[in-house]
Design a binder for this molecule. Structure first.
Ligand code: FAD
Length: 421
């Protein structure tokens, strides 16, 4: 009864949104899953503004009521000071359906909530467990070696499949694949928190504010009553060339903003600064014999449209369906993981392509809507503005990630298997 069960179907490295969603949905199907995370939850994480695509896996996890009860701030849309147009413009998620809102969250709370749900469904979670390396035998990944905080003893966990959901740490990806950096998005962010911040007026009260200005852009996220997360993003090269520190750059640029400065007029900074840089990349491969990548461990696109957590949880959900079938039909492993990787890349590339177009700030909003239409609705069947909202909601649905299935692969293999096999 006590201690860690010896054998697992799946070992997941990292209990963030990707790893927690994947493990929860596998445990719900009766799979034996181990999650190892180097931190003790609740732990801090950046990434506080969520898009409606995130609500779909939360519905699968039956977490919608708990999200509501936690009292996270509801996010209905975005307000932008962006492009050639000087007047702010915006969008409401309701225009892109089917989820009309998402949330702004403190990630420490949200990530604990999802990981707790995974535990509740039967996942064995070990916190403060740092994965050091994968165990490879005859070209296949068969487990991981890890240590528990405070001890040097190296432990092993073996499983039929190992999933790397370790975020930007990319524990497996670093060794097993190459990373392609998105050279056009080599950016750096510096952020902090303000108390007593004012809100946008009327219907925009809980919108994220994205304010572009020469050299970079700010996010203003009203995470809860009076507290605003404020971050400045600029090109890494420009920040490195500037004489100012990142903190000074933040202050100088904030003074040059129009909308954000107004919202922060009576606010006071309530924490120190944090920063991150060079975060946009795609791994060459998303899987190999015995392993797969999910969430930031596979790919990450610049946070301009707050897509990270939605992508991580949607991919976690899709991968859970694939892994569940692979455990029962090991003969389809490669083809099934390839299907997952193709669907995930297609979804990711839509967002990445659009973010790249959006960074051209010489255009009017109609140009951005049309770019969205070209990507998600090439036959021009809908209003381009709706296409824009659907895309930035993470709900375009053109790719098969949402409804991924490998039943045809299983049927195909059964049909071609030798009689009596
Ligand atoms: P993570 O949340 O990073 O979880 C990975 C887990 O792996 C962690 O808990 C970590 O402790 C664990 N781990 C790491 N190494 C090991 C190891 N060796 N052994 C064991 N465990 C390990 N996304 C949004 O949706 N909205 C936003 O507004 C937003 N803003 C962002 C702003 C910035 C500046 C940046 C950089 C990102 C932002 N993101 C945003 C992206 C978002 O933070 C990520 O996409 C999201 O956290 C990915 O989830 P994940 O589960 O893949 O990884």
């Amino acid at each position: 009864l006590y201690g860690i069960p010896g054998d697992f179907d799946v070992v997941v490295i990292g209990g963030g949104p990707a790893g927690a969603t994947l493990s929860a949905l596998l445990s719900e199907r009766g799979r034996r899953v181990l999650v190892l995370d180097r931190e003790r939850f609740p732990r801090y994480h950046i990434g506080e503004s969520l898009i409606p695509g995130f609500m779909r896996p939360m519905e699968e996890l039956k977490l919608l009521d708990r999200l509501e009860q936690r009292g996270f701030e509801k996010k209905h849309g975005g307000t932008l000071v962006w492009g050639a147009q000087k007047i702010p413009w915006g969008f409401s998620f309701i225009e892109g359906g089917p989820y009309s809102y998402s949330y702004h969250v403190r990630r420490a709370d949200l990530d604990s909530l999802i990981l707790d749900r995974s535990r509740e469904l039967g996942t064995h979670v070990i916190e403060e467990a740092t994965v050091k390396e994968a165990i490879e035998e005859d070209g296949r990944i068969v487990g991981v070696r890890y240590t528990i905080r405070g001890s040097e003893e190296v432990q092993e966990a073996r499983a039929a499949l190992v999933v790397d959901a370790s975020g930007q740490a990319r524990v497996l990806g670093r060794k097993l694949t190459n990373v392609n950096w998105h050279e056009d998005m080599r950016n750096v962010a510096v952020w902090t928190y303000f108390d007593n911040a004012a809100r946008l007026p009327g219907d925009e009260y809980t919108n994220i504010l994205i304010e572009g200005l020469e050299g970079g852009w700010f996010w203003g996220i009203p995470i809860d009553k009076g507290t605003m997360s404020v971050g400045y993003v600029t090109a890494s090269a420009a920040a490195a060339a500037a004489d100012d520190s990142l903190e000074d750059l933040f202050r100088t640029q904030l003074a040059r903003s129009s909308q954000l400065k107004e919202l922060l007029r009576d606010a006071r900074q309530s924490s120190g600064f944090r920063s991150a840089r060079d975060w946009s990349y795609t791994c060459d491969r998303f899987y190999g014999p015995g392993w797969a990548l999910v969430g930031d461990a596979a790919a990450f696109v610049d946070p301009l449209f707050s897509t990270g957590v939605a992508l991580a949880t949607l991919a976690g959900s899709a991968l859970s369906k694939i892994v569940d079938k692979v455990l029962e039909h090991p003969e389809i492993e490669e083809a099934a993981l390839e299907r997952y990787a193709t669907a995930y890349r297609a979804f990711f590339d839509e967002i990445r392509t659009f973010v790249g177009k959006f960074y051209d700030r010489t255009k009017y909003k109609e140009f951005y809507w049309e770019q969205a239409q070209t990507i998600v609705d090439p036959n021009r069947e809908r209003d381009p503005r709706e296409d824009f909202v659907t895309l930035v909601s993470g709900l375009s649905g053109r790719h098969p990630l949402f409804n991924i299935s490998v039943d045809d692969l299983i049927a195909e293999r059964a049909a071609t298997a030798p009689v009596g096999a």
